[in-house]
Ligand binder design. Structure first.
Ligand code: 13P
Length: 284
């Protein structure tokens, strides 16, 4: 099977009330674990690759591994550029074979975010590539922002309406209070804002920073229009914990397969939990 269709599966999620999981990849073990979990759970799945992960894995290696995974997989697999920072990275990803991209120009003022996102959408749509963009600013949990500063990062529904109308983007990562990394306290998702953005835009919305959000909040967000949820930190954490545990128990171990294998199993178990949480099990 070639890569699946990003917009088909996000729309399916929106229509049927589930979210497609974007699970970020960091190495071969992540890809294998994600695909095994998705196949066993009969779930469509998006492999997300950030600029940092692609620099680490090598763009061509990452695409080759993902393509092999998609071809062998019996469930739809998409390969999505996560937080593409500029046109250069978007072009690199498309040329290498990605099936969809995210342009993240959320650091720019609204007008400039619209202009760059529109440029990317026009180009990508002419190549049948679908685009996610970000509005408001989804911060890191380590960014030490005051309450006022954090409020100022949230997406305004009226901006979202204009943004989607002018850019024709396919999916929107609207900042509603989630963040990347480990949350210090309970994350405060702004559900009223999410509903208003959903009404104002009508397109599939994306929840970033999926690790550490309480399950009930995730379900509520999906009920309000989240059609894709991104997860990375939870998998990184269980992988590293398992590797650390195996090495601590066997300090003389030197064969990487003996600790990476258990690490891979730990990711697979976590991905299965996330697929159940997003409601994407048995959708294929
Ligand atoms: P977490 O690492 O917090 O799960 O966020 C992942 C993400 O949103 C990738 O874009």
């Amino acid at each position: 099977m070639r890569f699946g269709s990003f917009s088909y599966w996000l729309k399916d999620g929106l229509d049927k009330g589930y979210a497609v999981a974007q699970i970020n990849i960091n190495n071969l073990e992540f890809v294998q674990a994600i695909i095994e979990a998705a196949e066993e759970e009969r779930a469509p799945v998006i492999l997300g690759a950030s600029e940092g992960a692609l620099k680490y894995m090598g763009l061509d290696y990452a695409v080759a591994i993902a393509q092999t995974a998609a071809e062998r997989s019996s469930v739809p697999v998409m390969l999505h550029l996560d937080h593409g920072p500029n046109l250069d990275w978007v072009l690199k990803a498309i040329r290498a074979g990605f099936s969809s991209v995210m342009i993240d120009a959320s650091r720019l003022p609204l007008e400039e975010n619209i202009a760059l996102t529109k440029q990317v959408v026009d180009l990508c749509h002419s190549l049948d590539i679908e685009v996610e963009a970000e509005l408001g600013r989804i911060t890191g949990t380590d960014d030490d922002l005051t309450i006022d500063e954090r409020m100022a990062t949230l997406c305004r529904p009226e901006d979202a309406e204009r943004f989607v109308g002018e850019t024709h983007v396919d999916a929107l990562a609207a900042a509603i209070g989630s963040a990347h990394g480990h949350y210090k306290g309970k994350p405060q998702l702004d559900f009223n804002r999410l509903s208003a953005i959903r009404k104002a835009t009508g397109i599939p919305l994306v929840l970033h920073g999926g690790s550490g959000i309480p399950d009930d909040d995730v379900r509520e967000a999906i009920g309000l229009g989240i059609a894709k949820m991104n997860i990375n930190t939870d998998n990184q954490e269980v992988f590293t914990e398992k590797v650390r545990e195996v090495l601590q128990e066997n300090p003389k171990l030197y064969d990487p397969r003996k600790y990476l294998g258990p690490g891979r199993e730990a990711i697979k178990a976590m991905v299965k939990k996330k697929l159940a949480l997003t409601g994407s099990v048995n959708r294929v």
